[in-house]
Each structure stands twice: as structure tokens, then as C-alpha cells.
Design a protein around this ligand. Structure first.
Ligand SMILES: *[C@@H]1O[C@H](CO)[C@@H](O)[C@H](O)[C@H]1NC(C)=O
Ligand SMILES: *[C@@H]1O[C@H](CO)[C@@H](O)[C@H](O)[C@H]1NC(C)=O
Ligand SMILES: *[C@@H]1O[C@H](CO)[C@@H](O)[C@H](O)[C@H]1NC(C)=O
Ligand SMILES: *[C@@H]1O[C@H](CO)[C@@H](O)[C@H](O)[C@H]1NC(C)=O
Ligand SMILES: *[C@@H]1O[C@H](CO)[C@@H](O)[C@H](O)[C@H]1NC(C)=O
Ligand SMILES: *[C@@H]1O[C@H](CO)[C@@H](O)[C@H](O)[C@H]1NC(C)=O
Length: 387
């Protein structure tokens, strides 16, 4: 008799193991189509079931061959499963004007407080940004807040009314093969905005917008951007930092093998007067420029409103390297390093920079105020650096 009990116990243990094994390899699927009408809270209902599931691997499926009505949706955690995937293969299309349900919304799709999320797919999010009146609040297409070990793979976002992707308070994020597009004239349509986040890798993506291609804001460190094509738009920006006399920090940012086509700026660091903190250990390396208005910019007097009070404090900019820049500039002033008299910029280094004018008869030049460092094999020459 005791033997039988032992055998039963072994059997039970074994079947639990089997179920566990099956669960880790075969995901439990939550197809939004089985949650009723499209655009009727189906995504939210599917998410609630997925998030509370006892499986450890779950997938929310937004299948292809379908167009879905985009509603504001908040995919919120924490969730029970350890592997969460959102597979977006269908197209999500926003209404052409704000409706009663979504007037004043800040985001279309929001992912909050999730661990180990993968957002993948061949689908698209069409924000219909052109249809939003300029005076009304315009939503960001995709927001990731407080997500760790996050992967964003292969998505497309068109015509977001505001930023395409915002990443805040996230740690360990990989984003690859993403395609973001909005007209050159569309206001505030940043491609990817990063703030208060660490260990971010953005790679193999194409971003055409009316504002920054990638913007790296305060609280961010260890950011790697590799093989991105930007343009049109405002280039890859660090900042703006130190607005309203704030303390801002950005460090360990490395941008390499990127191409800028017809952008207003290439590599830019911008800080407001009156702020404090630092931007340091920043590299832009192996950059190709095609008709970029201004290729290399450090601006410690950032002031988009035309009048800003003059202040002594500034966010300190140090240890910045621009290496291997090659291509053409639209503006004759191809390089502009404009640092404050009180704080200045230190250890600013350029090497192997060769920028020629997009109009062959013109000769580009560099301007430089209160920047200290070295320039090696750099054309046009940068006056205040040691050549
Ligand atoms: C989804 O969007 C893509 C890209 O715009 C388009 O090629 C495709 O035809 C769309 N599919 C459907 C079902 O609307
Ligand atoms: C991502 O989605 C594509 C289809 O769009 C699929 O082929 C691929 O296997 C998915 N990758 C992962 C890691 O889920
Ligand atoms: C600069 O950043 C790199 C990469 O994040 C890091 O390995 C290196 O230690 C940093 N250097 C300094 C001086 O902080
Ligand atoms: C180039 O930059 C300068 C200075 O910022 C600006 O005045 C000019 O309008 C820009 N040109 C284009 C084509 O963006
Ligand atoms: C640098 O910034 C100061 C303060 O805004 C401005 O007066 C000056 O014209 C700028 N210099 C250059 C070369 O852009
Ligand atoms: C810079 O690039 C131009 C255009 O390709 C080329 O003619 C020139 O020789 C290069 N200069 C240096 C110093 O490499």
C-alpha cells in the first residue's frame, strides 16, 4: 500500500513537471478577435485575461490581414506570466479626429510596469497625425514606462500625432528593425524619446519625422544606437537638458554607424541656460551625412523661444567624441560648438571628420566658443580646438 502512494506521488509530480514543460515551450494565446468586436475594448479584455493567466508564457495576438480601430489602451502590469509577448501583425488605425472617448488622451498604446515584455510584429500603428488640430492635445503612439528587459522588434508607426515611441524609467531595452515615419513638417513627432532609462540599445531602424530622430533626456545612461538611418527630422539629440534650472544627467551614450539624410542637425547636444548636472562620455562615430543642415552641434544656450534670460549656471558637457564623420552640409556653418563662458565644455574631441558643402562652390566652416579639446584630421578646421 505505501508503495502505491509513493508511485502515485511520483506520477503526480511527473505530470506537474510535464505541464510545466509544455507551458514554457508552447505559449497560451490570446487572440483579440476572440474577444468580440474590434474597437470595443477587446484589447483591454484580452489583456486582463493574459495578465492574470497561470501560464508562464503568454502571447497577445493582433493578427495580420486585419485593420483594427485604434483606441487608447493601457497594457498595465505587473502580470503573473514571466514571458509576455504582444504580437502585432495587424494594422491599428486611429480615428481621423479626436472623438468623445479619446479627446485629450496623451497616448494611444501604453505599456506600464512590465517585466520581460516582447512587442513584435509586422503590423503598423497609424496615428493619422495630420488629422489632429494643432491646438488640441496630441497623443504619443507607443509609450513604455517602467518596463525592464523589454524588446521591441519590427514594428511600424506612421504619422503619430506626437512622439512615435517614448521610453521612460526602463532598464534593459532592445529595439530593432523598427520603421517610424511622419512628414517633415509635422510638429513634435520625435521618433524615439528616452528618459530616466538605462541600458538601451536601438539598432537597424529607419526613422523619418518632423522632430528628433532619437532624443536622449535626463536620467539616461548606457545608451547605444547602432545602424540607424534618420531623415528628414532634427537628428539625434542629447537633451534638451536643464530646462527650468533643473539638475540633469546623461552619460555613456554611444552612437555609431548611422546615416543622416536631409536632417536639420546631425549629432547634437543641447542644454538650457541656468540648469546644472552633466552630459558626459558621449561618442558619435562613423556617421554618414547627406545634405545635413548642421552636422555637429553643441549648444549650451538652447532657447527655442527666442528670448531666454541669461544665466551663469549650465549643464556641464565633457568627454565628447565625434569621430569618422563624412559627407555634405547644407548650411555653410557645418559645425557649431557654442559653450558658456562660465562652465564651458571640456575634453571635446573630433577626429577624422570630413564635411564638404552640399553646394560644391561653397566652403563650409566651423564656429567654436568656449569648447576645449583636440581636433585631428578634421575639415573644416575648428578654431578653438587644438589641431
Ligand atoms: C497594413 O499596413 C501595411 C503598411 O502600410 C500595408 O502594406 C498593408 O496592406 C496593410 N494591411 C491591411 C490588412 O490593411
Ligand atoms: C516576430 O514576428 C515575426 C512575424 O511578424 C515572426 O516571424 C518572428 O518569429 C517573431 N519573433 C519573435 C522573437 O517572436
Ligand atoms: C564610457 O562609456 C562606456 C560605455 O558605456 C563605458 O564602458 C566606459 O567605462 C565609460 N567611460 C567612462 C570614463 O565613464
Ligand atoms: C539651417 O540652419 C540654420 C541655422 O539653424 C537655419 O537658419 C536654416 O533655416 C536652416 N536651413 C534649413 C534648410 O533647414
Ligand atoms: C552662441 O550663443 C550665444 C547666446 O545665445 C549667441 O549670442 C551667439 O550668437 C551664439 N554663437 C554662435 C556662433 O552661434
Ligand atoms: C574629404 O572628402 C572630399 C569629398 O569626398 C575629398 O575630395 C577630400 O579629399 C577629403 N579630404 C580629406 C582630408 O580626406
Amino acid at each position: 500500500m505505501p508503495n502505491l502512494v509513493a508511485m502515485l506521488e511520483i506520477l503526480v509530480a511527473f505530470s506537474i513537471l510535464c505541464v510545466a514543460a509544455v507551458r514554457s515551450s508552447d505559449p497560451q494565446l490570446f487572440n483579440v478577435l476572440s474577444y468580440g468586436a474590434i474597437g470595443d475594448g477587446a484589447f483591454g479584455k484580452a489583456w486582463d485575461d493574459l495578465c492574470g493567466s497561470t501560464s508562464n508564457y503568454v502571447v497577445l495576438q493582433i493578427p495580420n490581414g486585419k485593420s483594427f480601430f485604434l483606441e487608447p489602451v493601457n497594457f498595465k502590469g505587473p502580470c503573473k506570466p514571466s514571458h509576455l509577448q504582444v504580437q502585432i501583425d495587424g494594422n491599428l488605425t486611429a480615428p481621423t479626429k479626436p472623438g468623445d472617448d479619446n479627446e485629450g488622451i496623451q497616448n494611444w498604446i501604453q505599456f506600464v510596469s512590465l517585466e520581460g515584455l516582447v512587442v513584435n510584429g509586422s503590423g503598423s500603428i497609424n496615428g493619422q497625425g495630420f488629422a489632429w488640430p494643432p491646438h488640441c492635445k496630441r497623443p504619443t503612439a507607443l509609450v513604455f514606462h517602467n518596463c525592464n528587459n523589454l524588446q521591441i522588434l519590427g514594428l511600424q508607426s506612421f504619422n503619430s500625432p506626437r512622439n512615435h515611441i517614448s521610453i521612460s524609467s526602463c532598464n534593459y531595452v532592445r529595439l530593432s528593425n523598427v520603421y517610424l515615419s511622419a512628414p517633415e513638417t509635422s510638429p513634435n513627432t520625435d521618433g524615439i524619446d528616452i528618459s530616466e532609462s538605462t541600458n538601451i540599445r536601438i539598432q537597424e531602424s529607419v526613422i523619418s519625422t518632423g522632430d528628433d530622430c532619437v532624443a536622449i533626456n535626463s536620467g539616461s545612461s548606457n545608451i547605444n544606437i547602432i545602424r540607424i538611418t534618420c531623415g528628414p527630422g532634427h537628428g539625434i539629440s542629447i537633451g534638451s537638458l536643464g530646462h527650468h534650472e533643473s539638475y540633469a544627467t546623461v552619460e555613456d551614450v554611444h552612437v555609431s554607424s548611422c546615416t543622416f539624410i536631409g536632417t536639420q542637425n546631425g549629432a547634437r547636444i543641447k542644454t538650457w541656460q541656468g540648469g546644472s548636472g552633466y552630459a558626459r562620455n558621449i561618442t558619435f562615430k562613423d556617421i554618414i551625412l547627406e545634405s545635413v543642415n548642421r552636422s555637429i552641434i553643441i549648444d549650451q544656450f538652447y532657447c527655442p523661444h527666442k528670448t531666454c534670460p541669461s544665466e551663469r549656471m549650465a549643464v556641464k558637457i565633457s568627454s565628447v567624441r565625434f569621430a569618422g564623420f563624412y559627407g555634405t552640409s547644407l548650411d555653410r556653418r557645418a559645425i557649431s560648438l557654442n559653450c558658456s563662458q562660465t562652465i564651458g565644455c571640456t575634453n571635446i574631441n573630433l577626429d577624422n571628420v570630413n564635411i564638404t558643402a552640399a553646394t560644391p562652390s561653397e566652403k563650409p566652416y566651423a564656429s567654436c566658443i568656449n569648447a576645449h579639446g583636440m581636433a585631428y584630421n578634421t575639415s573644416p578646421p575648428v578654431p578653438c580646438l587644438i589641431h
